[in-house]
Design a protein. Structure first.
Length: 108
C-alpha cells in the first residue's frame, strides 16, 4: 500500500525539520573547522632539542632548535628530530580533527 502526504511517510513538517537539522549540523561543522584552524599545535623531539608549532591549517609557524642540538658533524640527527617534531604535530592536528568531526573529515 502506497503512502501519501510527501516525504517521511506523510509526517507533517518532516522535510522542514530535516533541513533545519542539516543546517544546524553544517553550522556546527563550520564552527568546529574555524576553531581547529585557530588552534596551534606544538610538538618536540630529541628530548626538547627541537620544538615546532603548526596551525590547525597545517602551516608551520615556528621552529626552535636548542643550539646544543646543532652538530655540524651530525646534521642527519637534527633533520630527523625536525621531521619527528613536525610529524608529531601533524598527528595532533589529525587527532583533534577526528575528535571534532568523528573521523569523517567532513567540512575540511
Amino acid at each position: 500500500m502506497a503512502r501519501r502526504g510527501g516525504y517521511m511517510g506523510g509526517m507533517p513538517g518532516g522535510m522542514n525539520n530535516l533541513m533545519k537539522q542539516a543546517q544546524r549540523m553544517q553550522r556546527q561543522m563550520e564552527e568546529n573547522k574555524k576553531a581547529l584552524e585557530e588552534k596551534t599545535f606544538t610538538n618536540t623531539a630529541g628530548g626538547g632539542a627541537v620544538e615546532v608549532t603548526l596551525s590547525g591549517k597545517y602551516v608551520l609557524q615556528e621552529i626552535r632548535i636548542d643550539p646544543d642540538a646543532v652538530d655540524p658533524e651530525d646534521v642527519e640527527t637534527l633533520q630527523d628530530m625536525i621531521l619527528l617534531a613536525v610529524n608529531g604535530a601533524v598527528d595532533q592536528i589529525n587527532a583533534e580533527r577526528d575528535k571534532l568531526f568523528g573521523g569523517t573529515g567532513l567540512g575540511m
